[in-house]
Design a protein around this ligand. Structure first.
Ligand SMILES: [Zn+2]
Length: 205
């Protein structure tokens, strides 16, 4: 059941330190509408009643108040019809990049180029605002994971397991990037190698 899937993913996010307290939200798009976590819920400890069903415009169909970031979820589903699941959280390493307005673009790990190419930063805007939606959507046209300046990150995929894997891998990328810079002078792959990996990434699609 969809609600059980969201509850399980919330627990996994919490256990993997990918979310804290009541921050973040999860949604899954189905034929019935969008199942999204309610406003003010803790992703690590969700109950069935913490998940609200909305129509594709974000209007609540079931009881409860959908997350205040529902506008962002709705806009993403409209822009990318192949996307069926979204996770927005504030993981510590990705959010540290968000605090510094730094994208993850150093080509230091071949697998991450294959997976993300890079992870851009969307310009800051107030949480839940239309401006935040506009700033984030700009990057979502081409990317499945985006850092949101002074805020957190968002990952989207065809299903919830893949969205989880994307936010988990992005956080790992951020962590390795931070530690390799602490060790000093991480070595970027040469442009030629990066181009080969991007070509491989695009043929995999
Ligand atoms: Zn947030």
């Amino acid at each position: 059941m969809i609600k059980d899937k969201i509850i399980d993913i919330g627990k996994k996010l919490y256990l993997k330190n990918l979310t804290v307290a009541t921050s973040g939200n999860i949604s899954i798009k189905t034929e019935e509408g969008i199942y999204i976590t309610a406003s003010g819920t803790s992703l690590g400890n969700l109950r069935e009643e913490d998940i609200v069903l909305t129509d594709l415009e974000g209007n609540e169909i079931s009881q409860g108040k959908a997350s205040s970031e529902k506008k962002l979820h709705v806009a993403i589903y409209k822009l990318r019809p192949e996307i069926n699941a979204i996770i927005h959280t504030h993981p510590v390493y990705l959010t540290s990049f968000a605090a510094c307005h730094k994208s993850l673009k150093e080509p230091i790990m071949s697998e991450n180029i294959l997976y993300f190419e890079d992870i851009p930063v969307a310009k800051y805007a107030m949480p839940s605002s239309d401006e935040l939606v506009a700033n984030t959507i700009k990057h979502i046209k081409k990317r499945d994971v985006v850092i949101m300046a002074n805020h957190g990150a968002i990952a989207l995929a065809d299903n919830i397991e893949h969205a989880f894997s994307k936010i988990e891998t992005a956080e790992y990328y951020a962590q390795v990037s931070i530690f390799s810079n602490i060790i000093g002078n991480p070595v970027s792959l040469p442009k030629k190698e990066v181009a080969k990996l991007i070509k491989l990434k695009n043929t995999k699609k």
